[in-house]
Design a protein. Structure first.
Ligand SMILES: NC(=O)NCCC(=O)O
Ligand SMILES: [Zn+2]
Ligand SMILES: [Zn+2]
Length: 468
């Protein structure tokens, strides 16, 4: 079976070219001069005239079905990966969870059981370590060696749940330095935050906005700097700061990178577009829709502006979503009268490609940087390159035909995520995901869905291309 994507502008991290993309089976086999491809008779033609042809998006940070705060994220691997496909994402890297006290491999098998046979697109896992001890350190080696899991998330936040102390973090970093894995860090000082939360509740400050006020930017910056220092002590263990939201944290990352350190970071669309005042501070309980950690930051400070700059300068390497949706009804509502009981998370796996394309329209990013931050760098960072993340011969034929003349209006009435609201209700994007191709199969075209549950494959990942 051959498929020709014809007439489009192929966008990669280093430039654009007018080229037709020839696909055979699941792979890209050639980028052809349009004059030459006129001589070919493929089985199927996808017209991309006037459109961009980009590698399928890779969302390196999702939480399908994550148990949190007495409930679980509302997207299953079925609904969440289908929504991702609609939005031009053809690979996710989800976080398998070792609950505190659980054997790491048991946590991993439980995650495989949730995902297997349910995914519409290809998927891989990072591993959350809910407890660092001798057994889990040995398990890290086994996962890197045998399971294709080469990155481990630790939490400086959420004491009593996922939290690791500095000694545990250091030991995990030393192990990662030895086996080549990446340590991913939720960098917020959870111990200090818990004090602020208790004080706020004692004053009767229970509305959702206090979720943000009790997680100040300074405590993200402090934890980020501490993680960077611990990684230095662990002989420059590769460190990746997740969901970075604050200018001070970005400064710490930039300083480490200027010093040549193995430090990387991602941000998420919510920190580029949404704010403490306008969303988290919405009247009544409405702000619960935007409770996530790290929290949305103040529009009166320069966080969002600095994050866009960080994306341009590569101090922020990747945009992921941290997709962790909860419905308002019965889920976010668990925190009525006590913001600390609102399950943390925002859903957005469907909108990342569009929302970051809007950054191109707004003059924040180049086309090439758009592709790099949503597809190419995630593939390189997490050991999926060049199978994924690039439109090139030999790579999987994961392609998005993106229409710069289309528009997308985001809202709960049209999205495909299993959420009863949209975090971006009414936002209009000056661009549109058209056709989506996953391993050579057209799964979205002309506003219709052609994919199916179970076609997505588990990807065993290699070590990061950025490892030194
Ligand atoms: N980010 C968030 O609010 N929820 C998901 C869990 C995490 O990434 O910390
Ligand atoms: Zn986190
Ligand atoms: Zn997360």
């Amino acid at each position: 079976m051959t498929l020709l994507v014809k007439g489009g502008t192929v966008v990669g991290p280093t430039g654009t070219q007018l080229a037709d993309v020839l696909v055979q089976g699941e792979k890209i086999v050639a980028l052809l001069d349009p004059l030459f491809s006129a001589t070919i008779t493929p089985d199927e033609v996808v017209d991309a005239t006037g459109k961009y042809v980009i590698p399928g998006g890779i969302d390196a940070h999702t939480h399908m079905e994550l148990p949190f705060g007495g409930t679980a994220a509302s997207d299953t691997f079925d609904t969440g990966t289908r929504a991702a496909a609609w939005g031009g994402t053809t690979t996710i890297i989800d976080f398998a969870v070792q609950k505190t006290g659980e054997v790491v491999q048991d946590g991993l098998q439980a995650w495989h059981a949730k995902a297997e046979g349910n995914c519409h697109i290809d998927y891989a896992f990072h591993m959350i370590l809910g407890g660092v001890d001798g057994d889990s350190l040995k398990a890290m080696d086994a996962l890197v060696r045998d399971e294709g899991i080469t990155s481990f998330k630790l939490f400086m936040a959420y004491p009593g749940v996922f939290y690791s102390d500095d000694g545990q973090i250091l030991r995990a970093m030393q192990t990662a330095r030895e086996n080549g894995a990446m340590i991913m860090m939720h960098a917020e000082n959870g111990i200090a935050i818990d004090v602020l939360i208790q004080q706020a509740l004692a004053r009767g400050e229970t509305d959702p906005i206090y979720h943000g006020i009790t997680r100040p930017a300074a405590l993200e910056a402090e934890a980020t700097s501490r993680a960077i220092a611990l990684a230095e002590v662990a002989k420059d263990c590769p460190l990746y700061i997740v969901h970075l939201s604050a200018s001070g944290a970005l400064e710490a990352v930039a300083k480490a990178r200027d010093a040549g350190r193995n430090v990387f970071a991602e941000t998420c669309p919510q920190y580029l577009y949404l704010t403490l005042e306008d969303q988290l501070g919405a009247p009544g309980f409405e702000g619960a829709k935007w409770v996530c950690s790290t929290p949305l930051r103040s529009k009166h400070e320069s966080h969002a502006k600095d994050l866009w700059k960080g994306l341009r300068s590569n101090d922020l390497a990747i945009v992921s979503t941290d997709h962790c949706p909860f419905c308002m009804k019965d889920q976010k509502e668990l925190g009525l009268g006590d913001f600390s009981k609102i399950p943390n998370g925002i859903g957005g796996v469907e909108h990342r490609v569009d929302l970051i394309y809007q950054g191109v329209v707004d003059g924040q990013l180049s086309l090439e940087r758009w592709v790099e931050t949503i597809a190419t760098t995630p593939a390189r960072m997490f050991g999926l390159y060049p199978q994924k993340g690039i439109v090139a011969p030999g790579s999987d034929a994961d392609l998005v035909i993106y229409d710069p003349n289309g528009t997308t209006r985001i809202g709960v009435g049209t999205h495909h995520m299993n959420m009863d609201y949209s975090a971006y209700e009414g936002v209009e994007i000056q661009g549109r995901v058209g056709t989506v191709i996953s391993r050579g199969e057209v799964i979205v075209a002309d506003g219709n869905y052609h994919g199916r549950k179970g076609r997505g494959r588990y990807l065993k990942r290699g070590l990061s291309s950025y490892l030194v």
